[in-house]
Design a protein around this ligand. Structure first.
Ligand SMILES: Cc1ncc(COP(=O)(O)O)c(C=O)c1O
Length: 389
C-alpha cells in the first residue's frame, strides 16, 4: 500500500495533540487546566437541544437535500441579512458539517499545483495544511501585534500575482484574536475586486465574539465581490455547538453547484436533527450569545492583565474570538519547549505560537474558553513556574 503524495503533505492542528496529551495526564491522576482548545466551555442552549430531540422524535431520520434543508438555509439567509445588511439567496448557501468543511471545499474547488494562496501568518493551521495538500505555493501575509494582528491591505496587494488563486482571511482571528477594522476591510474588498481572477475565502466563524469597541467588518456587504467571495461561518463558536458539526458557506454562483457535488461525494448531507437545531439557534432568543460574549469579555480582561503581569510576557488587547496571543520572546523560552513544560510540569495546556506559522514563533496561544477560576489558577501557576526557571 502506498499513501498518496498529497496525504503525506497534509498538516494538522496541534490543539488536538495537546488535547490528547492533557487527557492522558488526567487519566494518570494529574490535574490539567486546559487553555488549549478553541471551543466555548458552555453547554448548547437548552432550546436548541430540545429542537434536535423533537426533530428526532418527529422522524427526521433520513437524508436531507445535500445543500441543507430549505428552512435552515432560509434561516441562515435571514440571519446574514440581519447581521450584514445584505439579502442572500438561500440557493447560494451550502450547509456543511462544521466550518472546516467550507474551508476544505474552497481549496478542493479552486486550488491546484502551480497556483499561489495568500494566507494569514500566524493563522489557523488548517489553511497552510490545505495549501500543502493541494500542492500550491504558500504566500504568508504576516500579521503583527503592532497592527493589532489585522490584515494589512498594502501588504496584501503586494503579494497578489497572476498566479494567485485564493486569498484566505480570518477576522476575528485565530490564534491572535486580531480584528481587521472597517477601513482596512473596505480597502481589501477594493483590492480583491480589482483582481477578478482571485477568490476570497473569508473565515468569519468568530464574528459574534467581539469586545470593547470592536465591530465586525465582513465581506458580504461588498456586492462587487459577489462572484469572488466564499463566506465561511457556522454554529460552533457562536452557539457553543462544536460537537454538533454545523457550518455553512455562501458561495459564488459559479461554484455552488460544484461544491454541492463535493458534499454529495463526501458526506451526502448534514445530520438532519442537527439542521433543525440550527434553525432553533438562529430563530430563537439570542440572549445566550450575549451572555457568553459578556463572560468572555470578563475572562479576556483577567487573562490579558494576568499575562502582562508575568515578567517578559506581553499580551496585546486583542479585539475578538477567545484567544490571548502572548509574546514570550523576552523570557528566553522557546515556545514549543514552554508549551511542553507548562503542560507536563505546571498542568496547564496552552499552544505554542509556532504551530500557527513562522510569524507565531515566540508566542503562546491561551484560549480563555475556561472559567475565571481556572484562568486565575493557571495564570498563578504559570507565573510561579516561569519565575522559578
Ligand atoms: C479560524 C477558524 N475557522 C474555522 C474553524 C472550524 O470550526 P468548526 O469546528 O465549525 O469546523 C475554527 C475552529 O477552531 C477556527 O478557529
Amino acid at each position: 500500500m502506498q499513501p498518496s503524495f498529497s496525504l503525506s503533505r497534509l498538516g494538522t492542528e496541534s490543539a488536538f495533540q495537546v488535547l490528547a496529551r492533557a487527557e492522558a495526564l488526567r487519566r494518570s491522576g494529574r490535574e490539567v487546566i486546559s487553555l488549549a482548545i478553541g471551543q466555548p466551555d458552555f453547554a448548547t442552549p437548552a432550546h436548541v437541544v430540545e429542537a434536535a430531540v423533537k426533530a428526532m422524535r418527529d422522524g427526521a431520520h433520513g437524508y436531507t437535500p445535500a445543500n441543507g434543508i430549505l428552512p435552515l438555509r432560509e434561516a441562515i439567509a435571514a440571519d446574514l441579512q440581519r447581521r450584514h445588511g445584505r439579502a442572500v439567496d438561500p440557493e447560494r448557501l451550502l450547509v456543511v458539517p462544521g466550518g472546516k468543511v467550507t474551508m476544505f471545499f474552497a481549496f478542493l474547488a479552486l486550488v491546484e499545483p502551480g497556483c499561489e494562496v495568500i494566507y494569514p501568518d500566524p493563522g489557523f493551521p488548517i489553511y497552510r495544511s490545505l495549501i500543502d495538500y493541494c500542492g500550491a505555493r504558500p504566500v504568508p501575509l504576516a500579521l503583527t501585534a503592532e497592527k493589532g494582528f489585522a490584515a494589512d491591505p498594502e501588504a496584501l496587494a503586494e503579494r497578489i500575482t497572476d498566479k494567485t488563486r485564493l486569498i484566505v482571511l480570518n477576522s476575528p482571528g485565530n490564534p491572535t484574536g486580531g480584528v481587521t477594522g472597517p477601513a482596512a476591510t473596505a480597502e481589501i474588498a477594493r483590492i480583491v475586486a480589482a483582481n477578478p481572477q482571485v477568490a476570497l475565502l473569508s473565515d468569519e466563524i468568530y464574528s459574534l465574539l467581539l469586545y470593547d469597541n470592536h465591530r465586525h467588518s465582513g465581506f458580504l456587504t461588498f456586492p462587487e465581490l459577489d462572484e469572488q467571495l466564499i463566506l465561511l461561518d457556522g454554529f460552533s463558536k457562536s452557539y457553543a455547538m462544536t460537537g454538533w458539526r454545523l457550518g455553512y458557506g455562501f458561495w459564488p454562483r459559479r461554484l455552488i453547484e460544484g461544491v454541492t457535488r463535493l458534499a454529495i461525494n463526501a458526506h451526502s448531507c448534514v445530520n438532519a436533527a442537527t439542521q433543525w437545531a440550527g434553525i432553533a439557534a438562529l430563530d430563537g432568543p439570542q440572549d445566550f450569545v450575549r451572555s457568553m460574549q459578556a463572560a468572555f469579555a470578563r475572562r479576556r480582561r483577567l487573562i490579558i492583565d494576568g499575562l502582562n503581569a508575568i515578567p517578559g510576557v506581553q499580551a496585546p488587547e486583542s479585539g475578538g474570538a477567545f484567544y490571548a496571543f502572548a509574546s514570550i520572546c523576552e523570557t528566553g523560552w522557546d515556545d514549543r519547549a514552554l508549551e511542553g513544560m507548562l503542560l507536563e510540569e505546571a498542568g496547564i495546556a496552552t499552544l505554542a505560537g509556532s504551530a500557527f506559522g513562522a510569524c507565531g514563533t515566540g508566542h503562546l496561544r491561551l484560549s480563555y474558553a475556561a472559567s475565571e477560576e481556572s484562568i486565575a489558577i493557571a495564570l498563578e501557576r504559570m507565573r510561579a513556574y516561569m519565575s522559578k526557571k
